[in-house]
Design a binder for this molecule. Structure first.
Ligand code: GRF
Length: 217
């Protein structure tokens, strides 16, 4: 069966991109990464794409007068590459409703908290300030509102005694790397549908859409 053609949008380190590259390296995996788009020319993720032999493009918003031109260029590049699903992985630009609607239900994002709690930046510091006992990560379909949209996969990460934002970030990141390939696999296998803005996942036993992340491995 043809593998789903995926693009990954990045702006920096690209460790989640790497987790997707590693999953797709298995020829039995139902998706392939055909394109990486970075909003930053110096993103480390570009080297990861290159090492994996994946086409990578830099589309920097500063080269455009308006957001419309920036997003229209991303849109045209995705369409020319016949991309079926777009995965945002540390992409640091907020996309306008125009772009989000054009890719509705074909655009997913990863966020380092248990949404709908702790949207936005500085997530881990805010989790600790709030005294939350658990954090985690979420892969969700993208809607025009920031960090909003039907939730596909989550992992729970306990907050440990003496936790710092950095220590929590690194354990949440490990959970992210496990979750994103699961989310991509579920979509590429055609198991996911959205009804009344809720995700339904078919025929997954045990429920792989809910991962309890065990920090001990
Ligand atoms: C991740 O924590 C992701 O959840 C957030 O940005 C970070 C990107 O990290 N949206 P990386 O570039 O994938 O290493």
């Amino acid at each position: 069966m043809a593998r789903m053609k995926v693009a990954v949008l990045i702006s920096g380190r690209g460790s989640n991109l790497q987790s997707l590259i590693d999953a797709c390296a298995d020829s039995a995996f139902p998706a392939e990464i055909s394109l990486v788009i970075s909003s930053q020319g110096d993103a480390h993720g570009l080297a990861r794409a290159k090492d994996a032999g994946i086409r990578a493009e830099v589309i920097n918003h500063r080269s455009f007068n308006a957001r419309q031109g920036f997003e229209a260029t991303i849109d045209a590049t995705l369409r020319a590459a016949k991309i079926e699903l777009v995965c945002m992985a540390g992409f640091m630009r907020i996309l306008t409703p125009w772009f989000v609607e054009r890719w509705r239900d074909r655009l997913i994002n990863i966020h380092p908290s248990l949404l709908p709690a702790f949207t936005g930046l500085d997530t881990h510091a805010r989790v600790l300030s709030a005294g939350a006992r658990f954090s985690g990560c979420t892969i969700h379909y993208v809607r025009p509102e920031l960090d909003d949209g039907p939730i596909l996969v989550q992992a729970v990460v306990p907050v440990m005694p003496g936790e710092t934002p950095d220590s929590l970030a690194s354990r949440v990141l490990a959970a992210e790397h496990r979750c994103y390939p699961v989310a991509l696999q579920l979509i590429a296998e055609g198991r996911v549908r959205i009804r009344n803005e809720l995700v339904e996942v078919a025929n997954v036993l045990p429920p792989a859409d809910i991962i309890m992340f065990n920090p001990a491995g």
